[in-house]
Design a protein around this ligand. Structure first.
Ligand code: PLI
Length: 458
């Protein structure tokens, strides 16, 4: 039955506020037309991110009360370790306060200046941490992964020929690690197949390069594998996850996604020498190895969340809810990136607002319109986030895609909320000609989208 209703009922509610259009216009003015500057209380439906925004279960909240806040050897750490070993297999586990901290620890101990790091597509923090350690991030997703209309089932796959070419060109000595992000967030939350993971594993073995997964959305990836890779049609999600991680030497994980918690992450591996180096650095920057940057109660919530996320009814609902939003939008003629990925629907702003040149930030103009007209907060993934001013020529350089991401928090919004979002965006689409372009008033030299201020082009 294609009817993935919420496999939970609601026990605690958090009121959200409906604001008036006038109030929202005022907020936008104060915020310099940047939705990052708007207080969350003034947002009706917050689709800025699916990271750290999940609702925890009664079982997880009960776990918080079992927090053992001992400095060393907290019982929650052992449970956390057991839960991770059960699914991921890795013997050495380092808790961190979130995903980017795991990335930083790993790259600090494996990278040196001038190295290259292949990935399908690096997420911003992964890219920034690679660069911070003097190495060069290289995105090697298959060509289909960059085409917003291509319906390939595994658009997150790595291009194996490109990977081998990179290693042969640079030499394996210049590539201390191969990464693969499941699902591929920056490419639209698109999954990677087990077949592709096996191929990357073979290349990594051939050249003796460690292979790590960026596992933030591993369970969503496993659900797509079950759905789309015939060999796994009858395999349980946990077995698919075990198979997936059996090909990797380690992983980084932001538990703020498929850990179903509001804070936390970890770095895991088999290599004890690597573990020792990372754990020594952990003590310096995060904390003792049995708590990392977390409280005992947080470790308990992660231990429980990682098991809950494997529930097939939950995943059918989760992927189904995101897909249903995409379907409603598509049926109203709203241009979206296809196929719909695991955690978000991406609006194609260039097609939504064809009258705006990229120099007028169409994706940000659409993000502003979603908030102004409907109180929906999304995130721009286009010229504002990835464009840059060439320091020599003073010319702006823009990315290929101008997208607006509607990231859906886990277990937070109901299907009626999703209908509201689809209906509001369809209305905005009908009045798209009235949406004006934007110009920059202020930009920081790095990661400018967080703090930029803009104005409408008159
Ligand atoms: O936000 P962190 O530091 O817990 O995790 C960083 C991170 C690493 N990899 C991937 C694939 C991510 O998506 C990611 C964080 N994503 C955010 C915040 C997002 O809004 O998508």
């Amino acid at each position: 039955m294609d009817f993935p209703a919420e496999p939970f009922r609601i026990k605690v509610i958090e009121p959200i506020k409906k604001t008036t259009r006038e109030q929202r216009i005022q907020q936008l003015e104060k915020a310099g037309l940047n939705v990052f500057n708007i207080p969350a209380e003034m947002v009706f439906i917050d689709l800025l991110t699916d990271s750290g925004t999940s609702a925890m279960s009664d079982n997880q909240w009960a776990g918080l009360m079992m927090g053992d806040e001992s400095y060393a050897g907290s019982k929650n750490y052992y449970h956390f370790e057991e839960s991770i070993r059960d699914i991921f297999g890795f013997s050495c586990i380092i808790p961190t306060h979130q995903g980017r901290s795991a990335e930083n620890l790993l790259f600090s101990v494996v990278l040196k200046k001038g190295d290259f790091v292949p990935n399908n597509i690096h997420f911003d923090t992964t890219r920034a941490n690679v660069l911070h350690n003097g190495a060069v991030p290289v995105d090697l997703v298959i060509d289909e992964g960059l085409d917003p209309h291509c319906e390939h089932p595994f658009k997150g796959n790595m291009d194996i020929a490109k990977l081998e070419r990179l290693i042969e060109e640079k030499g394996a000595g210049q590539i201390p690690i191969i990464l693969l992000t499941v699902t591929n967030n920056s490419g639209g939350g698109q999954p990677v197949s087990i077949e592709n993971i096996r191929q990357v594993h073979r290349v990594a073995r051939k050249f003796k390069i460690p292979f790590f997964l960026d596992a933030c959305r591993f369970a969503e990836n496993c659900f797509f594998i079950k759905e789309r890779e015939p060999e796994f049609a009858k395999t349980s999600i946990v077995e698919i996850a075990r198979e997936m991680f059996s090909y990797a030497d380690g992983c980084t994980m932001s538990a703020k996604k498929d850990g179903l918690v509001n804070i936390g992450g970890f770095l895991a591996m088999y290599d004890t020498a690597l573990y020792e180096k990372a754990a020594n650095l952990l003590i310096l920057v995060e904390g003792f190895p049995t708590y990392g940057g977390l409280a005992g109660r947080d470790l308990e919530a992660i231990a429980r969340g990682l098991q809950e996320v494997l529930d097939e009814d939950y995943l059918a609902f989760r992927i189904g809810q995101v897909r249903h939003l995409g379907k409603m939008l598509s049926e109203s003629g709203v241009p979206i990136l296809k196929p719909v990925g695991g955690h978000a629907v991406y609006l194609n702003a260039r097609e939504f607002l064809p009258h705006l040149p990229q120099s007028q930030f169409p994706a940000q103009a659409l993000t502003v319109a979603l908030y102004r007209e409907a109180g929906i907060r999304a995130v721009e993934i286009g010229g504002l986030m990835f464009g840059m001013t060439d320091s020599e020529t003073g010319q702006e350089r823009y990315p290929e895609l101008e997208l607006v991401r509607l990231a859906i928090p886990r277990r937070v919004y109901t299907s009626m909320h999703m209908q509201y979002v689809a209906h509001a965006i369809a209305q905005i689409h009908k009045q798209r000609d009235s949406i004006k372009g934007l110009r920059l008033l202020y930009q920081a030299p790095l990661l400018r989208h967080f703090t930029a201020r803009l104005a409408e082009v008159s």
